[in-house]
Design a binder for this molecule. Structure first.
Ligand code: F0G
Length: 353
């Protein structure tokens, strides 16, 4: 069957009417990849929901197709968002497709190169601010109230509607909900969307409910600490957020589902990021690896029981942040003479090591 994207496939479960433009970049329907090697190492049945396979390389496409389509339907000619990078890439792509103006505010120096390249290519108006995501979000919330510009951050309920479809897919791919859904938490929109999706699908199809385990980066762990973090810091720039807009919804999702909101260190994130690529051939961006790092930590502590069926959401593609991959590895380009024999000798040498 030819996949026509989320607004077509899930139209009965989304706020789609005859008036809604049929916007699509064929987003959704992403693979649920079994992780057999990590499963064996960690003693759980582990899968990755690989959201890096979406058209702009992150889960944001699910929410953005819905939010931009509704903005167009409501007569807006422009959309605006604050972003750590992925939201702006997705907003820019769907705005281009819908022939709308796209305005984005991003924190200076903290947006991964791949994401910035996307926003540039899709033709967004990019404003880089001397401030962080939380401050940028406040500004766009205020600007969208003063001007006829639709705010497409995840405080826009249409974003949550679009993103809940990932939970539907997980249930269909596994045959039912997993025991645990592990997910990175930044602004907390996605954990909110997944929980809504699991509940709706369970009502309609008795698909069961997972425990929701959200993971913040230690240097940005506002929910875990119970207070906003003024200057959040983490290598996982996508979740470098100190005052999550959907804070209460995230707490609610974890409590209602008997799950947890926990934190992982940058060291744990980078270690899971590398282990996933080396062991399984799956490359995600650093923030995405927070979900896996969290699973590893909680299996070790016993919070996740051995044998549990666990789905870790890998929210973004590894190619989004090539600098992190190179800088966190010991790789150094070593230029050799243009001589096959010398190269073969080296290759043989390395086998012995
Ligand atoms: N993973 C990635 C790769 C992200 O880009 C984000 C959020 C998250 C996880 C966290 O999701 O905010 O719904 O809890 N990125 C936003 C952005 C903030 O601007 O791209 P959340």
């Amino acid at each position: 069957m030819y996949w026509k994207g989320l607004l077509h496939h899930y139209r009965d479960l989304l706020p789609v009417s005859e008036k809604t433009p049929s916007l699509s970049l064929n987003e959704g329907n992403t693979p649920l990849v079994p992780l057999p090697h990590l499963s064996k190492l960690w003693g759980v049945e582990l899968y990755a929901k690989y959201e890096g396979a979406n058209p702009t390389g992150s889960f944001k496409d699910r929410g953005m197709v819905m939010a931009v389509a509704k903005a167009k339907e409501e007569g807006y000619e422009a959309v605006i968002c604050a972003s750590t990078g992925n939201t702006s890439a997705a907003a820019a792509a769907y705005a281009a497709r819908a022939k709308m103006r796209c305005i984005i505010l991003i924190p200076d120096g903290k947006v991964a190169m791949g994401k910035l390249a996307q926003a540039v290519m899709y033709g967004a108006e990019i404003y880089t601010i001397e401030g962080n995501f939380d401050q940028a979000l406040k500004m766009v919330q205020s600007i969208s109230k003063k001007a006829p510009i639709s705010l497409v951050n995840s405080v826009n309920p249409h974003r949550i509607e679009g993103q809940k479809t990932a939970a539907f897919e997980v249930c269909d791919q596994l045959g039912s909900a997993p025991d645990v859904l592990a997910i990175p938490v930044g602004n907390a929109g996605n954990i909110t969307a997944y929980w809504k999706g699991f509940k709706e699908y369970h009502q309609a199809h008795q698909s069961g409910l997972p425990r929701m385990h959200g993971f913040e980066a230690e240097g940005a762990a506002a929910i875990v600490r119970g207070r906003a973090i003024e200057n959040p810091e983490t290598v996982a720039t996508a979740i470098r957020i100190g005052n999550p807009a959907s804070w209460e919804h995230a707490v609610n999702a974890s409590q209602e589902s008997s799950g947890t909101i926990d934190e992982v260190t940058d060291t744990e994130i980078l270690s899971a990021y590398k282990e996933l690529a080396r062991e399984e051939g799956v490359f995600c961006e650093p923030a995405s690896a927070a979900s896996l790092a969290g699973v590893k930590k909680q299996v070790q502590s016993g919070k996740i029981e051995k044998g549990a069926k666990v789905v870790a959401v890998l929210t973004g593609n590894g190619l989004k942040d090539p600098n992190c991959a190179i800088e966190s590895s010991s790789f150094k380009a070593e230029v050799l003479p243009n001589n096959e024999e010398a190269i073969f000798d080296l290759i043989k040498e390395r086998v012995k090591q």
